[in-house]
Structure formats: C-alpha cells, structure tokens
Write a protein that binds this ligand. Structure first.
Ligand code: FES
Length: 108
C-alpha cells in the first residue's frame, strides 16, 4: 500500500518474526523483508541467480542463503557473499516508522 510522498508501507513490524524473513508483494514489487536484531531490511525477493525466492531461504545473521543453489547475500547492502551468485541483490532504503516497515519508493 502506498503512503504517499514517495514512501511505501509494506507490512506491520510485528508481521516479521525476529531473525526471520517474509515475502511482501506491493504493486509490481516482490520483496523480502528481514527482521534482524531489531532492525528491518528489504531486498528483492527473487534471487539474482535464478528463480529462488529469498523469503524461502535460510537467514543467518545478516546473510540470506538462497535455497535453490545455496548462493548467499548480505541483506544490508545486497552484496554477494557466496557463489554461484555474481550479481548483487537490489536493496531498498527503510525509513523510520513506529509500527510499520516503510521503504522509499524506488525511482527508475
Ligand atoms: S537461484 Fe538463488 S542461488 Fe541459484
């Protein structure tokens, strides 16, 4: 759901378990929302290597492992941590909000 002023509200913070990741679809975006040590991070949900969904992967610390071919990304900046992934994952800027996970709308 859009919140205006270039912001998109994705879900309630309480929807994402601590140490977990959920998929959130918003308009044409398919996203993964992570909750790690009280902070929230948002990336594309689909792996850059293939059809794996990162919300179905394994989160350890700040690293998400794709369950398709075990490639890994750092969810903080999308950088590749382990092959076979080569291309970084797209990340989204999370803006402060009391109860919801809100991102800046991507400009393309
Ligand atoms: S689809 Fe994610 S590692 Fe291959």
């Amino acid at each position: 759901m859009a919140t205006g002023e270039g912001l998109i509200e994705l879900c309630a913070k309480q929807d994402v378990p601590e140490g977990g990741v959920i998929r959130v679809d918003s308009d044409d975006l398919e996203l993964a929302v992570y909750h790690i040590e009280g902070q929230f991070y948002v990336t594309d949900n689909v792996c850059t290597h293939g059809p794996g969904e990162l919300s179905e992967g394994y989160l350890e610390g700040h690293v998400i492992e794709c369950d398709f071919h075990q490639g890994k990304f750092d969810v903080r900046d999308g950088s590749v941590v382990a092959p076979p992934c080569i291309v970084a994952l797209k990340t989204y800027k999370v803006v402060p909000h009391d109860s919801a996970v809100v991102i800046e709308a991507p400009v393309d």
